[in-house]
Write a protein that binds this ligand. Sequence first.
Ligand code: PLP
Length: 414
Amino acid sequence: MAYDIHRIRNEFPSLAVTDNGKRRVYFDNPGGTQVAKRVMDRMQDYFIHMNTNGGGAFITSRQSDALMDEGHAALADLVGSSDPGEIIFGQNMTTLTLHLSRSIGRTLSAGDEIVVTRMDHDANVSPWLFMAEDHGLKVRWMDFNPETFRYDQDALDRVLTPKTKLVAVNYASNATGTVNDIRSISRKAHEVGALVFVDAVQFTPHFVTDIKAIECDFLACSAYKFYGPHQGLIWGKRDLLEAYTPYKVRPATKSLPGAYETGTQSHEGMAGTLGAVEHFEWVGSEMGAGGSSRRERIISGFNVIAEYERELGRRLIRGLKHIPGVTIYGLTEDVDLVDRVPTVAITKEGVHPRHMAESLGDANIFVWDGHYYAIEVIERLGLTEKGGMLRIGLGQYNTIEEVDDLLDHIETAF
Ligand SMILES: Cc1ncc(COP(=O)(O)O)c(C=O)c1O
C-alpha cells in the first residue's frame, strides 16, 4: 500500500478551512502542526464521557484514570520504552525541562560540569544554565560547524571532561533541520559518566524515535509538534527518576509517573496525545506494513511518512537552490536528506525575512521568520541583526503543489 496524501489530508479537518476562497498552506509546522481528527475525537470523547479528576470511587474517575494509563502506555510505545511509568506528561517541553532540571541539579555539586550546545532551542539551554547557576556548575558549550551545519567529529571531545555530569543536546535542529548522531554522543558522554538529555521536539514528528537505539537517559518532545494537542512529555530512565527527589506537594508519592506530574494534569491533553499516536498507527496500518503491536504499527507509519516527506523536502531544496540570491542554512545534498528533517531555513539577498514571511502570509502560505528560540544558532550564523531566517517546515499533509507555489512566490514576489 502506498502513501495516499488525499486520505492523509482528510484526517485533518483544519485543512479544509479557506479564507475568502483562498486555501491555507501550512508550512509553519515546526512551530506547531495542525491537529489530526483522531486527536479531536479522543478529546471530545474525554469531555463527554469521563471528565473529572483522578483517584475517585466512581465511574468517570475510574475511566479517566484508565485512559491516562493508556496515554502513558501509548507514549512509551512512541519512544520505544516498555515502561509506561517512564513517561512524564506536562504542560510543554520547556516547563517539564525546567521542572526536571531542579531534581537533577540537587544531585550535582560545585565544580561539576555540564555541556549545552550552540545548536539547541533555548528550552534545552536555559534550564541547564539556571541549574548551573544554582549549584555552581561549570558550563561548556559544544559548537557546530557553520559551514556543514553539523557537529565535527571531535566537537564533543573538546568539551567533555571527567567532571561532565550532563550533556543536553538536540536530536534535530529547529532551525537548520540537522539530525544529530545521538548514539555516538551518548556513548562518549557515558564513558565519562555523564547523562544525556535529548530534545527530540523536532525529531519526533518525522522519524521513528527509539530511546534504546540512541542510548540516551532522557528524551523530551511535544505533542503539538506531532499533530496532537498542546502538551509536552519527557521520557526518563526509571532508575534515574526514582533516584531523584521530585518537586512535588505532599503527600508526595515516589511512584512513577505521578511523582513528576505535579498538580492536576491536562487529562484531555493526554487523551488527545493518545489520539495522535493512534493517528500514526492508522497511517502504518492503512498505508504501511502495519503490525501486530502498537509499536510496530507506529514504526510502519513513520516509515511511509518519512519517505513521503523526504521527497517533498528534496523538491523544496532543489527548487530553492535554483532561485538566485537564496541561501539555505542546512544540509542540501540528496545523500544527506536522511540526516535532516524537512525544515529548511533560508535567507534571500536584499529581502528581510519578516518581509518574505509577510508577503507569503498575504498569499496564505504560513511560514515562520526570526530566531524561533534557536538563539545560539542565529547568533552563530551571524544573522541576529538581520532578522534571522525564514523557516519553511514541511509535514505529512503538505503537497508537491504547495511546495511549488511557495517556490514560485519566493522566486517572483521579491
Ligand atoms: C527543538 C525545540 N525544543 C523545544 C521546544 C519547546 O517546546 P515547548 O513549546 O513544548 O516548550 C521547541 C518549540 O518550538 C523546539 O522546536
